[in-house]
Design a protein around this ligand. Structure first.
Ligand code: URA
Length: 282
């Protein structure tokens, strides 16, 4: 289990404000495993430590990790002065313990995980872990094999280093290009970086495909890092614009098609296990 500062844990469980909790600790009212706590910055593991205030146990609230279908217009943050945040969409008493795992732009939709588990968040976001994220996008024009190659070899998007190998899969520009069962991998601009193209393509709804207008194309992209506006900047570097962006998968976990935008559900035990053992792409 994760360890956490004692004062942070107690404040998070509603024992008082951070300042009030510090005062309680200083006046000897807080014990950890029967020993009076010396200071608020001591590390504790609330899953196994017995923490009491005035002799009454304070237990950790179990907070599930959630899968949210993020709608456009909300920001991936816990607080914001101008816009609604993804946490504002969570109607649960423990919502304020959650934070988003990484960020999607305000206009980006789709799979966003919300958790209170810092370790899991780090495992999924660390560039060293190479956890793949798959996006569906509507872009201007149709990328060709050269664009697939550029994505695979890495693009200069104005950072110190080129982007890591990314997968790009062309889905077509009409609903007629679907259903995904009729997939033709030879024509699709296959990429080794999208590990299971059929699985990813099947996760794209027909409604999303219908977003593609005449001069646009629907594509799948898989990346293993998360630079600011990364996909939009990659397409710009390849001479295209992103008109719509939706994340459909993280580390082998797909957005539940039964979740309309703005709704969420807890991850199942199997889904959590899948995330913990996320497939990585070296
Ligand atoms: N890349 C982007 O450009 N935007 C997102 O929201 C996510 C990835």
């Amino acid at each position: 289990m994760n360890s956490i500062r004692l004062d942070r844990f107690l404040a998070g469980e509603g024992a008082g404000s951070r300042a009030e909790v510090k005062k309680m600790i200083r006046s000897g009212r807080v014990r950890v495993n029967g020993v009076t706590a010396a200071s608020g910055d001591m590390k504790t593991d609330p899953a196994s430590d017995e923490i009491t205030v005035d002799g009454k146990p304070v237990r950790m609230t179990e907070v599930p990790t959630l899968m949210l279908n993020k709608p456009a217009g909300v920001v991936s943050a816990t607080q914001d002065v101008h816009f609604r945040t993804v946490v504002d969409l969570i109607d649960e008493p423990w919502a304020d313990k959650l934070f988003p795992v990484g960020r999607l732009d305000r206009d980006t939709e789709g799979l966003l995980l919300l958790t209170s588990d810092g370790r899991m968040s780090h495992e999924l976001l660390s560039p060293k872990k190479h956890v793949a994220k798959i996006y569906f996008a509507v872009v201007s024009g149709c990328p060709d094999q050269e664009t697939v190659r550029l994505f695979r070899d890495g693009l200069d998007i104005g950072e110190k280093r080129r982007t890591l190998p990314a997968g790009l899969l062309f889905l077509g520009n009409t609903a007629a290009a679907f259903p995904a069962e009729t997939w033709d991998e030879d024509k699709a601009g296959s990429s080794p970086v999208i590990w299971d193209m059929k699985e990813a393509a099947a996760a794209v709804s027909e409604a999303d495909i219908r977003r593609c207008g005449g001069n646009e194309c629907c594509v799948l992209i898989s990346i293993t890092e998360g630079k600011f506006h990364q996909i939009k900047r990659m397409f710009l570097a390849a001479g295209r614009e992103v008109h719509f962006l939706k994340r459909i998968a993280i580390g082998g976990l797909y957005l539940d098609p039964a979740l309309p935008p703005g709704t969420y559900r807890a991850l199942t035990r199997e889904e959590l296990a899948k995330l913990r053992g996320s497939r990585t792409i070296a």
